[in-house]
Design a protein around this ligand. Structure first.
Ligand SMILES: Nc1ncnc2c1ncn2[C@@H]1O[C@H](COP(=O)(O)OP(=O)(O)OP(=O)(O)O)[C@@H](O)[C@H]1O
Ligand SMILES: O=C(O)C1=C[C@@H](O)[C@@H](O)[C@H](O)C1
Ligand SMILES: [Mg+2]
Length: 177
């Protein structure tokens, strides 16, 4: 297994915020799949969904992570919230490195995303219902994909980083990464 750390979890679970600082703490490269896809396609994600639809975006995500295999090391990769759900992506993510699931309760997620209009799947009058149904649908994929799970609701970003680093170093020692 490569020494990369891959952060997965629902929208608003903190993958981007935690990932940026975690990479800095470890002196690793930082990659955010959403930011890379926007950059490569010169289009915001909400626009990609509008113009080409969700399936097209999912193809972009899968192709992007496939191309990382054997090409990156010592990197923190923050993923889009739906990435582990598509069939086959779980295996790709686990091949890329140690996968960490940032878990958050429905209430925590709603608080963090309610003011933000950049997530196309959350543009609805029934935010609670949408988060509830998507979370229930996705939870099994997150759990199957992850090597490590962190309950983030009551932790600050720096506490989450310490927790990840502790568990990551234990795995590295055990597996000789
Ligand atoms: N542990 C935390 N404590 C307090 N605020 C947090 C925490 N984690 C994330 N946040 C805040 O929640 C918001 C969403 O976080 P972030 O964008 O990192 O989520 P994400 O998992 O990358 O979401 P997406 O899947 O949509 O990309 C941000 O405003 C961030 O500052
Ligand atoms: O959970 C999701 O399906 C998404 C999460 C975001 O990170 C983006 O990848 C996009 O808005 C879709
Ligand atoms: Mg993000």
């Amino acid at each position: 297994m490569a020494d990369n750390i891959i952060l997965i979890g629902f929208m608003g679970s903190g993958k981007t915020s935690v990932g940026k600082l975690l990479a800095k703490s470890l002196s690793f490269q930082f990659i955010d799949t959403d930011e890379e896809i926007e950059e490569k396609n010169k289009m915001k994600i909400s626009k990609i969904f509008d113009v080409y639809g969700e399936e097209y975006f999912r193809d972009l995500e899968t192709n992007y992570i496939k191309n990382l295999i054997h090409h990156i090391q010592s990197s923190v990769i923050s993923t889009g919230g739906g990435l582990p759900v598509r069939e086959g992506n779980s295996e790709i993510l686990r091949e890329l490195g140690v996968v960490v699931y940032l878990k958050a309760r429905k209430e925590t997620i709603i608080n963090r995303v309610k003011e933000d209009d950049t997530r196309p799947l959350l543009q609805t009058d029934d935010l609670e219902g949408r988060v509830n149904s998507l979370l229930t649908l996705r939870e099994p994929s997150y759990r199957e994909t992850a090597h490590i799970e962190i309950e983030t609701d009551d932790l600050s970003i720096s506490e989450i980083i310490s927790e990840i680093m502790g568990q990551y170093h234990d795995m590295v020692k055990k597996d000789n990464l």
